[in-house]
Design a protein. Structure first.
Length: 114
């Protein structure tokens, strides 16, 4: 469920202060933040934020298309390694069948009908 329109976008106060200081200084350093829940505002365009994903800070260069989204959307916090059943099926298909079993028989080719 989204946030009420009358409340406006949520942004942590310290984040606005850090962005304002970075803009005034003119340096292009990564601003480390832990607030994944904050909304990206137009004031942040052109700045680089280091969004914490629970392990390390992922650099996110803010562009105009990102305005209105949350910082957490651009810093994945979970790694997908694939489904365990897929690995099991691949492992079973890769091992040769024991000799004498029907799976080890020669492949059947269709006979040519005349």
């Amino acid at each position: 469920m989204s946030r009420s329109v009358w409340k406006g976008p949520f942004v942590d106060g310290f984040l606005l202060k850090k962005a304002e200081v970075a803009r005034q200084s003119g340096r292009h350093e990564m601003i480390k933040i832990w607030s994944r829940r904050s909304t990206i505002l137009p004031q942040f365009v052109g700045l680089t934020f280091g969004v914490y994903n629970g392990q390390k800070h992922i650099p996110v260069m803010v562009t105009e298309e990102m305005v209105g989204h949350k910082f957490g959307e651009f810093s994945p916090s979970r790694s997908f390694y694939g489904h365990s059943s897929d690995r099991k099926a691949k492992r079973m298909a890769g091992t040769p069948a024991a000799p004498g079993t029907p799976a080890a028989a020669a492949p059947v080719t269709p006979a040519s009908g005349t």
